[in-house]
Design a protein around this ligand. Structure first.
Ligand code: PLP
Length: 381
């Protein structure tokens, strides 16, 4: 649809994604970069972001769910691609045939991968997932020891290749937290155990965005950032995107579709949770919670109309929210409102929305609705 017909859209700056990956590559020194593109590239759009990340120097990509990985392959993404979420009983033959890197975080997952590999008639590339203390995915203790022996047998058969081992931090956003160092040590210990069992993992990876930005000791052979690829800060307490040399790639804009005078004392939106304190002008923004505007942003969500900073007036509805533009506002229907964009440009940011609504910037961007068209800017020629 031509832009003049759109009520709202998200601009995705692919040049910023490219530059962010270049920055992460530079920060991580000799380590390779695996860009995490799960959840439709954190709401930014899988395919264009994958191309931009690869252009920026990422050598590997990752998505959480098997279905996301297969969709990426079907869309023509051929780069090394890790996936880690699939249930017992999943048919992994297509995954092996598609040359995905399959994570094994349980003894049964190794069996499932082996079965897929035998049926596909090729060796499956495996990264063993160690739970070094997050207490989420991956294996520890006896299960892990059993997996190493099982994996060594399957390697000897030529069914799998344990190319990598990986793990994930609980507290990477608090670099001084004692678990960070402990998890790294536990991970390296597990790698030692794997080697003693006869495995030769070449790619050891541990660092998410926060660890990539703040903890060089965790870079190992490859870093695995998601959020920072999109130019958002995983550690807003330490600094925003400009502090880390990152640039937010997403700007969400909408056009006012109704501007009108309102008297003092007028209740606004469902439940009248906002009342105009004085005679004023109201502006209607045609995006709502179905588009990813958090409903918790009622009366607090920040927006900008040019240089004017505003807040949502009253409840966020499914498709619309209202702004109190102030008395004498010269805003008109058609004017553009920035809902989130760049800190360096003085715009409200995903982090501002997160702070205002009690969540994290990850959730703000990943929940951007499917209904919001993405416009891609800065595509490499
Ligand atoms: C999402 C995820 C990442 C990326 O995390 P960010 O904080 O976005 O950098 C890395 N590894 C795993 C296992 C993940 O689930």
């Amino acid at each position: 649809m031509p832009t003049e017909s759109l009520t709202g859209w998200a601009d995705i700056d692919l040049a910023a994604i490219r530059a962010n990956v270049e920055r992460l590559d530079e920060l991580s020194g000799d380590a390779a970069v695996m860009a995490v593109l799960k959840a439709d590239a954190y709401g930014h759009g899988l395919l264009p972001v994958a191309r931009a990340a690869l252009a920026g120097g990422a050598t590997h990509l990752a998505v959480a769910q098997l279905s996301e990985a297969l969709a990426a392959r079907a869309a023509g993404i051929t780069a090394p691609l890790l996936t880690w979420l699939y249930p017992p009983g999943a048919d992994l033959e297509p995954a092996v045939a598609a040359d995905l890197i399959l994570s094994a975080g349980t003894p049964w997952s190794l069996d499932l991968i082996a079965d897929g590999a035998r049926r596909a008639g090729r060796t499956a590339t495996v990264h063993i997932k160690v739970d070094s203390g997050l207490g989420r995915g991956g294996a520890w203790g006896e299960d892990l020891a059993e997996m190493f022996l099982q994996a060594a047998r399957l390697e000897a058969e030529g069914v799998i290749d344990v190319e990598g081992m990986w793990s994930h931090f609980a507290w990477a956003d608090a670099p001084a937290h004692p678990t960070v160092q402990r998890q790294r040590e536990a991970f390296l210990e597990a790698i030692g155990d794997a080697e003693r069992a006869g495995l030769r993992p070449r790619i050891r990876h541990l660092a998410n965005s926060a660890a990539t930005l703040t903890n060089p000791d965790a870079h190992l052979d490859m870093v695995r950032p998601g959020l920072a690829v999109y130019g958002l800060s995983p550690t807003p307490d330490i600094g925003g995107p400009p502090h880390f040399g990152l640039t937010e790639a997403m700007r969400l804009t909408a056009r006012l579709v109704n501007v009108k005078d309102a008297p003092a004392g007028q209740g606004v939106s469902y439940g009248h949770e906002y009342t105009t304190p004085q005679a004023t002008r109201l502006g209607l923004v045609p995006l709502g919670y179905a588009d990813g505007i958090p409903r918790a942003g009622g009366n607090v969500g920040p927006m900008a109309l040019g240089a004017q900073r505003l807040h949502v007036a009253g409840r966020v509805c499914m498709d619309q929210v209202v702004l109190d533009l102030g008395p004498g506002s010269d805003a008109a229907a058609g004017d553009e409102v920035v809902i989130l964009g760049r800190e360096a440009d003085g715009e409200p940011t995903a982090q501002d929305w997160a702070a205002a609504t009690g969540t994290i910037n990850y959730e703000i961007v990943t929940r951007l609705g499917a209904r919001v068209p993405r416009r891609y800017l800065g595509e490499a020629g």
